[in-house]
Design a binder for this molecule. Structure first.
Ligand code: P6P
Length: 339
């Protein structure tokens, strides 16, 4: 494929970008393109709800807890409804795995070829204090035959099987960043036009960096390997940047270089972040941008999922920093301190 054909100018609309990328793949049937458009539509609607949440009564807690045992924020619920509705109406997705629902969701599109795993609104506890939050999504082809509802086997595929992954960051500006396995591109939303425009073509994460993101409030329960890596960062005068919103921390490190770590801790012995709709999509993106993601020992994308909402530790960002953290963990294991 002629690489020049792939290079589209900054300012290209998302719709045109998707269409051109589809043209570059003669066998593409347009279903994945439509699915990406459906996600972008829901993102525009959620963006509008978030931007006015301070003005109408949709901020704050919804009064029930989700499958994760976390207080559902009203915007969590609204975002979940909006993405499920857009995917159901779009017709390309047969089944959805959402952070907000214990059971997988059947859309009724039994001919749909795709599965979406989604965290509709990550970091939502930050909504009331105006900190950037995000949507994270993964797209897989179904493995069960069409003509019937999707199955949990469709949802429990390793991250290497993703056909696309992305996130929306609702921040000082709203951006959609995604990959279909041919690089990572970022689109900035212009609300007055209702369009996403290509603003960050061919994103590459710096091979190293001087930012580390980890909740040091849990440092008493860090493993020796994690503690040793964090000490190395401090000794090297790294900047600590952790705002408690995964998409915001990840996005900054993707552009500037750095590492985000959510390790096993006393409160989250298996890590806090969910494999299927937080770790895998961001791992696909970071690898496509030249970075690295693991659970400290194993490549995130190769973890074989056992349950839909399972959690895993994550070390993700600049490949040299992730490799250094893994080396400290390997040393700890060699010394018999495995955790
Ligand atoms: P802690 C938000 O709940 C989240 O899932 C991520 O967005 C964020 O990075 C992390 O959890 C914060 O968790 O335990 O440091 O408050």
């Amino acid at each position: 494929m002629n690489p020049d054909k792939l290079a589209l100018p900054v300012g290209t609309t998302l719709d045109r970008f998707i269409m051109r990328k589809q043209e570059d793949f003669p066998y593409a049937t347009g279903e994945l393109s439509q699915l990406l458009r459906d996600i972008a539509l829901a993102a525009k609607i959620v963006n509008r709800e978030i931007n006015r949440s301070g003005l109408i009564d949709i901020a704050g807690a919804y009064g029930i807890r989700n499958v994760q045992g976390e207080d559902q924020q009203k915007l969590d619920v609204i975002a979940n409804i909006r993405f499920i509705r857009a995917l159901r109406n779009g017709g390309e997705v047969c089944t959805i795995l959402s952070e907000e629902d214990e059971e997988i969701i059947q859309t009724g599109n039994i001919q749909g070829k795709y599965i979406v795993a989604i965290d509709p609104l990550d970091g939502s506890s930050n909504i009331d204090v105006n900190v950037s939050i995000g949507t994270i999504f993964s797209i897989y082809r179904r493995v069960s035959p069409t003509g019937r509802a999707g199955t949990s086997a469709d949802c429990l595929q390793p991250g290497t099987h993703q056909v696309a992954a992305g996130y929306v960051i609702y921040g000082t500006s709203t951006m959609l960043v995604y990959t279909t396995g041919n690089g990572v591109n970022g689109f900035t939303y212009e609300p007055s036009l209702g369009e996403f425009f290509l603003s960050h073509p061919a994103i590459q994460v710096p091979a190293s960096g001087s930012i580390y993101s980890i909740n040091e409030g849990a440092s008493d329960s860090f493993s020796a390997g994690v503690a040793a890596f964090v000490k190395q960062c401090k000794d090297a005068d790294f900047s600590a940047r952790y705002i408690g919103s995964l998409v915001a921390d990840f996005h900054r490190n993707l552009l500037k270089g750095g590492i985000y770590i959510y390790p096993a801790t006393a409160r989250s012995p298996g890590g806090k972040l969910r494999l299927m709709y937080e770790c895998n999509p961001l791992a696909f993106i970071v690898e496509q941008a030249g970075g690295k993601s693991s659970n400290g020992r194993q490549r995130t994308l190769e973890i074989e999922p056992k349950t839909c909402h399972e959690r895993c530790p994550i070390f993700i960002g600049s490949r040299e920093l992730v490799a250094q953290a893994e080396a400290f963990i390997a040393q700890e294991n060699a010394a018999g301190g495995a955790r």
